[in-house]
Design a protein around this ligand. Structure first.
Ligand SMILES: NC(=O)c1ccc[n+]([C@@H]2O[C@H](COP(=O)([O-])OP(=O)(O)OC[C@H]3O[C@@H](n4cnc5c(N)ncnc54)[C@H](OP(=O)(O)O)[C@@H]3O)[C@@H](O)[C@H]2O)c1
Length: 245
């Protein structure tokens, strides 16, 4: 039985991932943006251990969340699932990029880290200067490349951790919309498989998966200078250094 924390688990892929992991006997702690969503999250996912609350648009709330996670920890697995798509650039940056950076840096190191990226990351810019200088130019694609770069940096710097990224496909959640063409079940199976950690294929690090298969990805994600620049810009913006572990 693993102890698993999932961000953005009041709905969509985060909720389905939590339900599936509970059915496999794992202990799951949920996360929602506020009290009302927290109650809905617990109602939708019977058997969840608890729900933690934080609006990830607010970096200070995200830092408090990390402290609460550590208070309940240690966790074996953290799934960075929360995300927004049609939102102002500052919100895209806060929820999709800075929250995973802050939580990764501040939460006591788990055994497994899973980051929700997207096939759309291929259209993102690997130079992170806009995070500091031109926030309004940040796109969803940029943020999904950021989170892949974060995953790659974690995998490189923290050899004791399995850190992997997932493209869930275009699936019919609130974000994906009712007409999304991909299989909803397949949209969370990879996260469950990586969290479960059974079999040598799931015990890898620095990979980018689509439906449990490794996929090619933006070459910028492996560029060490761009990775370091990304971490440095995140440090400047959040005031939190990426820890050596
Ligand atoms: N669906 C797709 O086709 C697709 C494709 C590629 C990648 N992805 C990625 O997969 C992940 C999950 O997406 P999804 O399709 O499940 O989306 P979703 O149904 O919209 O769920 C997103 C989750 O994130 C939470 N969230 C958003 N903003 C938040 C904030 N400021 N504070 C706290 N929680 C917040 C949402 O809470 P509320 O319910 O309260 O809003 C919800 O629980 C995302 O990272 C997304 O980028 C999805």
């Amino acid at each position: 039985m693993a102890r698993i924390f999932i961000t953005g688990s009041a709905a969509g892929l985060g909720q389905f991932t939590g339900q599936s992991l509970i059915s496999k006997g794992h202990e799951v702690v949920l996360h929602a943006r506020n009290e009302a969503r927290g109650k809905e999250a617990l109602n939708a996912t019977p058997g969840a251990k608890a729900v933690l609350l934080a609006d990830l648009c607010e970096p200070e709330a995200t830092k408090r969340l990390a402290a609460e996670v550590n208070g309940m920890g240690p966790f074996d697995v953290v799934i960075h699932n929360a995300g927004v798509y049609q939102a102002p650039a500052a919100q895209l940056l806060a929820v999709n990029t800075l929250a995973p950076y802050i939580l990764t840096s501040l939460i006591k190191m788990p055994r497994r880290l899973i980051y929700l990226s997207s096939g759309m990351h291929l259209g993102g810019h690997a130079n992170s200067s806009d995070i500091k200088n031109n926030i309004n130019r940040i796109s969803y694609s940029d943020t999904k490349l950021h989170v892949l770069m974060l995953c790659k940096a974690v995998a490189r710097k923290w050899p004791a951790v399995y850190a992997n990224a997932v493209d869930p496909g275009w699936v019919p959640t609130k974000m994906g919309g009712a007409g999304a063409p991909d299989d909803l079940q397949k949209g969370f199976e990879t996260q469950v498989w990586l969290a479960d950690g059974k079999g040598k294929e799931a015990n890898v690090s620095g990979k980018y998966f689509f439906h449990r298969e490794e996929q090619s990805y933006h070459t910028g994600a492996d560029d060490l200078q761009l990775q370091e620049h990304f971490l440095e810009v995140c440090r400047e913006v959040t005031g939190i250094s990426f820890p050596d572990r």
